[in-house]
Every structure is written in structure tokens, then in C-alpha cells.
Write a protein that binds this ligand. Structure first.
Ligand code: SF4
Length: 199
């Protein structure tokens, strides 16, 4: 360093993995970069939609010019590998549980889930039916939207709620620093959701 000016900052030596992990923690927690990442992610929620039934119409209406959900930074996407949020629209049957899990596995972390409609909450009009699976038994769900069907305003409200959760709980920053979500364990389904297909 020139003159008497002392070098500031940190030098990490030793095991590269340990040093990288420590640097990540410092960056994400102490330097407040984590907050910036949380803010950016909250306004870049790109949902892939799992339309199984009538709630899908309300999902479509939410992104129509009248309700314009894109103003929240939420942009529906078609490929699961480019998305960070899944919106489950309606009933999840045993057949569709496999598609839900496979889609979820294809999405990169950090990722979030919203389930909309009475059917996605607890079966709705198909309550107690032999062929119904609750989405939260297959993947971790962050926000539930009640109603049959929920109005587009309710879907927009759920997006705002998810943004609040991401920012207040420091979800993405903590996830990058620690390699896992601080608030939820990774859900592993009790039963293989694709067992139905395998027979
Ligand atoms: S909650 Fe109502 S509108 Fe939505 S999928 Fe179920 S029956 Fe259809």
C-alpha cells in the first residue's frame, strides 16, 4: 500500500470452500448485500404456472391489462428452469402431483410457491376425494389464496404478500449465505408423487 495507508479488508487463507463460505456470509449478512438481493428478487418474481383447473382463468386475468400484475415485477414464464416462483392453480390430483414435483425440481433456488383456490388449499369441492393431493404435501407453499375461484385482486395481494415475506425475513440473502432457506425445511413428500405413474 502507498505511504502509511493501511490495507483494509479481509484476507482468507486455507481451505477454499471454507473461505468462500465465510466470505459469502460476510457479504450477504454484514455488508447488507443480502438486503439488496432480497429487494431485487421480490420485484423479479417470475412464475411458471401449473394450471390444472378453472382457477387458471383467474391467473390469466391477473396478468391482463385491467389488473396488470407485471407492474409488481411478476412476469409469467413458460420454462420451469427460468422461473423462481410456481403458482398452483386449483386441484392437484394424484396424476398432477408428479408434474408438480418434477416442475418444482427443475426450478433453480431460491424459489417460492403460491397455491390458489379452495381446491389447492384442502381439496375444495373435491374434499376427501380419493384422487386429491394437497400441494403442500408435495412442495413447500409460501402463500395460500382462499376462494373459489379467487379474484385477480386476491392473486395480486398474494404476490405482494410474498414480496413482503421475502424482504422481511431476509429469505434470499440468508439462503445464499447459508445454502438453505432459514424459515422452511426442504419438503420431501412422504409418498413418491410419481408412484401413480409407475403403477
Ligand atoms: S377453487 Fe374453485 S375455481 Fe379454483 S379450481 Fe377449485 S373449483 Fe375451480
Amino acid at each position: 500500500m502507498p505511504g502509511s495507508q493501511k490495507a483494509k479488508g479481509r484476507v482468507y487463507v486455507g481451505n477454499v470452500d471454507v473461505a468462500a463460505k465465510r466470505a459469502r456470509e460476510i457479504l450477504m449478512k454484514k455488508a447488507k448485500v443480502g438486503k439488496l438481493v432480497d429487494w431485487a428478487t421480490a420485484f423479479s418474481l417470475w412464475p411458471v404456472h401449473l394450471t390444472t383447473s378453472c382457477c387458471g382463468c383467474e391467473f390469466a386475468a391477473t396478468w391482463s391489462p385491467r389488473f396488470d400484475a407485471e407492474r409488481y415485477g411478476a412476469l409469467p414464464w413458460v420454462g420451469a428452469r427460468q422461473t423462481n416462483m410456481i403458482l398452483i392453480e386449483g386441484t392437484v390430483t394424484r396424476k398432477m402431483a408428479c408434474a408438480l414435483r418434477v416442475t418444482w425440481e427443475q426450478m433453480p433456488y431460491p424459489k417460492f410457491a403460491i397455491a390458489m383456490g379452495a381446491c389447492a388449499l384442502d381439496g375444495g369441492i373435491f374434499y376427501n376425494s380419493y384422487n386429491i393431493v394437497r400441494p403442500w404435501e408435495v412442495i413447500p407453499v409460501d402463500v395460500f389464496i382462499p376462494g373459489c375461484p379467487p379474484r385477480p385482486e386476491a392473486v395480486a395481494r398474494a404476490i405482494l404478500e410474498l414480496q413482503r415475506i421475502i424482504r422481511e425475513k431476509d429469505l434470499v440473502g440468508s439462503w445464499i449465505a447459508e445454502g438453505k432457506r432459514p424459515d422452511k425445511p426442504i419438503v420431501k413428500p412422504k409418498e413418491d408423487p410419481c408412484a401413480w405413474w409407475r403403477g
